[in-house]
Design a protein around this ligand. Structure first.
Ligand code: PLP
Length: 575
């Protein structure tokens, strides 16, 4: 082959390579950064990276061949190629530093297809976890999403696309997470789609474990279905609100009135709405740690700041009023209690609640009592509602049909405002306005409220000796008592147990890593304790909803998994 032909071929090659590179550039001018890996972990960036990098390398290789043909260009050509590759490598390293995740070139998805390599799946989830760990927010919260370079909203608009080609989302979402339905649950669904049978103890969803809403509640909806077409009043159906008010009057709140009852799409919606009605930027909310993470999320997303008071196992998972009082500052607006508690199962005694009411009165805080598990108690424990103790102190009490009445899917919850109406008048209007903006709650479900609150008690037969929840709880307690590694403060109420792992036997123990390993190897899904905004890494939550035999099996697998770590000298060595 003559020199001219050789030159023509390599020049054509270089041209093709650079043409490909250039075309991608025209399609998306921000892709060069992705090409050198700066937004390497986003799937779109990964696709571009592959296409770009390929084009660039072909062009550079061809240039090198071209240069090789001319002795006087040889050195310059070599340097050019070396410099270009060093630039790419540096960009890639920068991308890894920003994203915290190394996505190997071979594991990158092709355009339009998301690839998850089977041998990397577990590792990817662990990597994501480590990445989330690194990006802990100011209050020890983990990031709720990953990938791409997240820029603050004030970042100059014109420069933004040069550093990130991802659609921006609300900044404070990075402080929010809901691990109960997070990465682990997603991985569980993947395993199921590959034909694995899992035992899932992550969600307190009675219907998913064979419990049914009582028949008289179902009948109430069916009988009224023809009346459910129109919107209702924003606070809810009058007869449903009257039933709620009557229920609270019977509980010792003589001034409970239907006008101060708000019906929502589950307590979840009302938590968000009630914090939105309350908080201004930087206002603080006292939340339990462990908490039910929606409370943290709703505080953050409504511009507030969660301040966590500890409910330590050593203290029966109860709050310490003195600690709470010490945490109150000029910005503190509300004190949230979850009683009976998710995830710990603690049930708060009257004397403690009275102390907390006194604190709220002294500092003029709004009391927010999440009492969604109000009828679910074991071993003769009783439930003390907060509102009757609060007197004139503004108090919002939450409950609904999801747990006690086993109708999670109907999305029916209520909040009852109590205390001095003069003090809470503006807040009442704010709640009413926000309720009006979302028009009304699901109407068919509202027709079940009166039936639920006036019909018979259907939960005690499940929690009392001989009942299914009683048996499952007993199975958890027995399994923890048998365990070499676990200890448990028996839950007094609610639908969960929160066992603690003796990590002195398991150096390097990490609750998330444990949950992930348990899912991958034993096909059991639990929720790591750190998902509930606690600093400790040695707890996990299971729901008491599966039958006792399933609980036995789960704890057998948990024990096997922990014993394996112990055998290997701890978690680090098993990783
Ligand atoms: N509050 C707590 C403490 C919960 O555990 C849950 C659900 O698990 C909720 C509120 C949400 O309940 P709902 O189904 O009424 O939205």
């Amino acid at each position: 082959m003559g020199m001219n032909t050789y030159r023509a071929i390599v020049l054509a090659l270089a041209g093709l390579g650079f043409l490909g590179f250039g075309l991608w550039f025209l399609v998306d001018p921000f892709a060069p950064l992705a090409a050198i890996g700066i937004t390497a972990s986003g799937p779109a960036a990964a696709t571009e990276f592959r296409a770009f990098y390929g084009g660039l390398e072909v062009g550079l290789a061809a240039l090198l061949l071209f240069a090789a043909a001319k002795p006087e260009w040889r050195t310059a050509g070599l340097w050019l190629v070396l410099a270009a590759n060093a630039g790419i490598a540096a960009g890639r390293l920068l991308g890894i530093a920003i994203d915290g995740v190394w996505v190997p070139f071979f594991a990158m998805p092709w355009p339009g297809r998301s690839v998850s390599w089977p041998w990397r799946r577990g590792a990817c989830a662990a990597e994501k976890h480590r990445q989330a760990e690194r990006s802990q927010g100011p209050r020890g919260q983990r990031a709720g999403h990953s990938g791409g370079l997240a820029l603050p909203s004030g970042f100059p608009l014109l420069l933004r696309p040069m550093l990130s080609n991802t659609l921006p989302t609300r900044d404070r979402l990075r402080e929010v997470r809901y691990e109960i339905r997070g990465d682990l649950a997603r991985r569980a669904r993947e395993l199921e789609s590959h034909g694995h049978t899992l035992i899932k103890l992550n969600i307190g969803n009675p219907g998913a474990f064979g419990f049914r809403a009582p028949e008289h509640l179902q009948r109430a909806i069916v009988e009224h279905i023809a009346e459910t077409d129109p919107y209702t009043h924003q606070q809810g159906l009058p007869q449903a609100r009257e039933a709620v008010a009557a229920h609270y009057r019977a509980r010792g709140l003589p001034r409970a009135h239907a006008d101060r009852v708000f019906i929502g799409n589950g307590v979840s919606e009302l938590i968000d709405l009630s914090l939105r009605a309350l908080l201004n930027l930087g206002d603080e909310v006292l939340l339990p740690s462990p908490d039910y993470p929606l409370w943290s999320a709703a505080t953050i997303l409504n511009d507030g700041i969660p301040r966590y008071y500890r409910c330590r196992a050593e203290n029966g998972f109860l709050p310490d009023p003195e600690e709470i009082e010490r945490m109150i500052g000029p910005k503190t607006r509300a004190l949230v209690l979850i009683n009976p508690n998710n995830p710990t199962g603690a049930s708060y005694p009257k004397a403690l609640l009275e102390q907390l009411v006194a604190i709220a009165a002294k500092y003029r805080l709004l009391l927010m009592a999440d009492e969604i598990y109000d009828g679910i108690l074991y071993d003769g424990n009783t439930f003390q509602p907060l509102a009757p103790l609060a007197g004139d102190v503004p108090c919002l009490s939450f409950s609904g049909l999801s747990k006690v009445h086993r109708a999670c899917g109907w999305r029916v919850g209520w909040a009852v405002l109590s205390g001095d109406p003069l003090r809470s008048g503006d807040y009442h209007h704010a709640l009413d306005l926000l309720g009006a903006l979302r028009l009304c709650a699901n109407v068919p479900g509202q027709f079940a409220i009166e039936a639920a609150l006036t019909g018979g008690d259907t939960i005690t037969p499940l929690t009392a000796p001989g009942g299914r929840l009683h048996a499952s709880r007993a199975a958890v307690i027995a399994a923890c008592a048998r365990s070499r590694f676990l200890s448990l403060l028996p839950p007094q109420g609610a639908l969960y147990a929160f066992p603690k792992i003796d990590t002195t036997q398991l150096p390097g123990f990490d609750d998330y890593r444990f949950a992930l390993d348990l899912l991958e190897t034993e096909h059991v899904l639990i929720v790591p304790g750190s998902s509930f905004n606690v600093p400790d890494r040695d707890q996990f939550r299971v729901t008491l909803l599966p039958p006792a035999e399933a609980i036995d099996e789960v704890f057998h697998r948990i024990e096997r998994s922990l014993a394996l770590y112990a055998e290997r000298g701890g978690m680090r060595k098993s990783a």
